[in-house]
Design a protein around this ligand. Structure first.
Ligand SMILES: *Cc1c(COP(=O)(O)O)cnc(C)c1O
Length: 380
């Protein structure tokens, strides 16, 4: 049986009629950029993300970029973040002219290790940008305390974590000055193209973000600041609104799939043999409903590359997130980092593999995935 890493066709088929209705509505209105679809979505996402304001933008990357710009972060400033993340996290810091300063991850959650943040703070540090990797909230209680103690801004890269909660049920994006989300189709709440959104609780910041989204002009054509074209399309906003209605169900299905994998992998005996380590949802027993939203289900495994090759050959989708930590990317050579600087990030980059976890995955498919993993290690 073939099992893809993601099956958007299966995901969208049950809501096809609702989505086509949106296409028709937008077509009839001829209102293609911003407008009522976008402002409706903003109201709904602000509520969903426990924030006062939401501003729709053109992508998750642009959400990070506009957040940095709105907080006046630029040349001479340093921003602390994790090297084990999608490129955009550090890429946007560099694009505003600031310097990304990396701090290693906690090997259990793969999120930035709060213990190590203070040692990286210098007089040039302006902000901390934690990432809620794979759909689990970073240790925000401690990171918030560090940011407050040192007077630092906080931008959350919540691209993989919409709705994810910590032990108190507080949601990703609501801890920082600005929370950033992506509607890339493979995210838990995806559009049918590019899109993103930022959230904040600060009225002045919301106002600035809204102006910066349209080049910073206010009134139109009169500029006190430089923004950009960070607008969200009406069509994408309409699609996301339809899917937002079902997001809690999608999250539950992902959590059920994770539980099923955990059960199957435990039964395989590969954990005791030290061959596989399961992902750990640290807030699982807290009672928070969205303790982990499983944008990815990531194992730590022996012989990772060979397992990946075997699974792909068997028709089982899997992926390495991310094979090269950001401090070792060629474009960041100028920062002066070297192999060995962040051992946990480097180990994670070499040892982890993501399995299919999308909501429509069946138990039969999951058995097939775990059987294939078992077959690979038996043959060794
Ligand atoms: C997807 C992602 C982004 C970028 O989002 P886009 O919408 O693709 O621009 C940023 N950070 C993280 C951690 C992501 O996973």
């Amino acid at each position: 049986m073939k099992v893809p890493l993601l099956d958007l066709k299966a995901h969208h088929e049950p809501i096809k009629a609702e989505i086509f209705k949106v296409f028709e509505e937008v077509f009839e209105s001829q209102y293609f950029i911003l407008g009522p679809q976008v402002s409706d979505l903003e109201t709904q996402i602000a509520a969903y993300c426990q924030s006062d304001f939401a501003i729709g933008v053109s992508s998750g990357t642009d959400a990070l970029l506009i957040a940095l710009m709105a907080l006046d972060i630029g040349h001479g400033d340093e921003v602390i973040t994790t090297p084990y993340t999608f490129f955009a996290t550090a890429g946007t810091i560099a694009r505003v002219g600031a310097k990304p300063v990396f701090v290693d991850i906690d090997p259990v959650t793969y999120n930035i290790d709060p213990e190590k943040i203070e040692a990286a703070i210098t007089p040039a540090t302006k902000a901390i940008m934690p990432v809620h990797l794979y759909g689990q909230v970073a240790d925000m209680t401690r990171i918030r305390a560090i940011a407050d103690k040192h007077g630092l801004k906080m931008i959350e890269d919540a691209a993989q974590a919409i709705g994810a909660e910590n032990a108190e049920g507080k949601r990703a994006g609501s801890y920082g000055d600005i929370g950033c989300f992506s509607f890339f189709p493979s995210k838990n709440l995806g559009a049918m193209g590019d899109g993103g959104i930022v959230v904040t609780n600060q009225p002045a910041l919301a106002d600035k973000l809204e102006k910066m989204r349209v080049h910073g002009g206010h009134p139109k054509y009169y500029h006190k600041m430089i923004g950009g074209n960070f607008r969200l399309d009406a069509m994408q906003a309409g699609v996301v609104k339809v899917k937002l209605k079902y997001l809690n169900r999608y999250t539950q299905q992902r959590q059920q799939n994770a539980a099923c994998y955990i059960d199957l992998i435990r039964k395989s005996g590969l954990i005791e043999k030290g061959i596989i380590a399961l992902p750990k949802a640290v807030y699982a027993d807290s009672g928070a409903a969205h303790y982990h939203i499983y944008n990815q289900f990531v194992l730590r495994v022996k012989d990772r590359n060979a397992l990946r090759d075997f699974l792909l050959k068997e028709g089982i989708g899997c992926e390495i997130y991310y094979p090269v930590p950001i401090h070792l990317q060629e474009c960041f050579t100028y920062l002066g980092y070297k192999t060995g600087d962040f051992p946990e990030s480097e180990k994670a980059a070499n040892e982890t593999l993501a399995l299919p976890i999308y909501p429509e995955l069946t138990e039969e498919m999951q058995s097939c995935v775990v059987d294939a993993v078992g077959t690979f290690y038996q043959s060794k």
